[in-house]
Design a protein. Structure first.
Length: 304
């Protein structure tokens, strides 16, 4: 009788264990093109506690949907061979999702759509090397910066006429991405609380493009005299074998933050607070420094 009771108990225990192992096998969100870093299982991180608002929706879905712009290697690009997004911003977003306890999925809307706010729930957050300018802060909430990027001037490799940025570019045709901080800088409109900028270029003929890469292509084709972009984008373009070069010192440094839609319904406040805390932890434990060195070969995670 004891043997039979023990056998029944063992069978019941085995059934319970097997049920626990297989219960969530088909319920986890799939990563639509993430980097190679695995996301943590749902139930860890911020999702392990009481959650509200948009954070609750993210936790319940087991997925954080992130918008990014894949036209900016090495920050973000689509690897045509693997079919996955990769880059510094991709790894940062993937790590944020991992620490929340969910998977990551991607959306790639146009830049001006991201900065305009009113996302209508199409994505939860943006990790795309975005600068928290004062005008963007009217519609978006931003975490503490996760990176600080120098903005540099790029000219054709055979251009020896530009040596003094404060005089040699005055009145020149300069390519930038439309709606970006580089355009605001040339128009002397760039403003971020707590930061000051020295507008050294006067009367530039600003030529706006959909992406920095398109502007750089027009530089190679001789349609503009120079381009202002991030040092990371410029160096990536140079490393790809294109005949351009960086001249002079950076014209300014800009903080880059994770953004959230202020008009989000449900509110993104709880998700914003959780991610802001995660960014702070990633600074403290060296994760952001490691990712910066991996993709840029240097640490750009501290303010210059």
């Amino acid at each position: 009788m004891r043997i039979r009771s023990l056998f029944v108990a063992l069978v019941a225990l085995l059934v319970a264990v097997l049920s626990a192992c297989g219960g969530d096998s088909d319920s986890s969100a799939k990563d639509s093109g993430s980097s190679d870093q695995p996301a943590a299982a749902t139930g860890e991180g911020a999702c392990a506690g009481d959650t509200t608002d948009l954070l609750k929706e993210v936790c319940d879905a087991g997925k954080l949907t992130v918008s990014t712009d894949p036209a900016y290697p090495p920050q973000s690009s689509l690897n045509e061979q693997t079919g996955k997004y990769e880059g510094f911003d991709i790894d940062v977003a993937t790590e944020i999702a991992k620490r929340l306890g969910v998977d990551v999925a991607w959306e790639t809307p146009a830049w001006d759509v991201i900065t305009a706010g009113s996302w209508n729930g199409r994505w939860d957050t943006t990790v795309g090397s975005m600068t928290p300018t004062n005008d963007r802060q009217k519609v978006l909430d931003f975490t503490q910066p996760y990176n600080y990027t120098p903005a540099v001037v790029v000219v054709s490799a055979d251009n020896d006429d530009v040596t003094d940025l404060s005089t040699d570019l005055d009145g020149k045709k300069i390519g930038v991405c439309s709606g970006c901080t580089y355009e605001q800088y040339l128009n002397k409109e760039l403003a971020i609380d707590g930061y000051t900028f020295d507008f050294v270029i006067d009367d530039a003929e600003v030529s706006g493009y959909d992406t920095d890469t398109t502007a750089l292509q027009d530089l190679v084709n001789g349609r503009v005299d120079a381009v202002i972009t991030s040092v990371t984008t410029a160096q990536g373009y140079i490393d790809a074998g294109n005949p351009v070069k960086i001249v002079g010192d950076p014209v300014f440094y800009e903080p880059l933050s994770v953004g959230f839609d202020k008009s989000s319904d449900p509110s993104s406040e709880s998700l914003f607070e959780a991610v802001d805390k995660i960014v702070g932890e990633m600074h403290a434990d060296g994760t952001l420094t490691s990712l910066s060195q991996k993709w840029y070969g240097t640490d750009l995670t501290t303010q210059q």
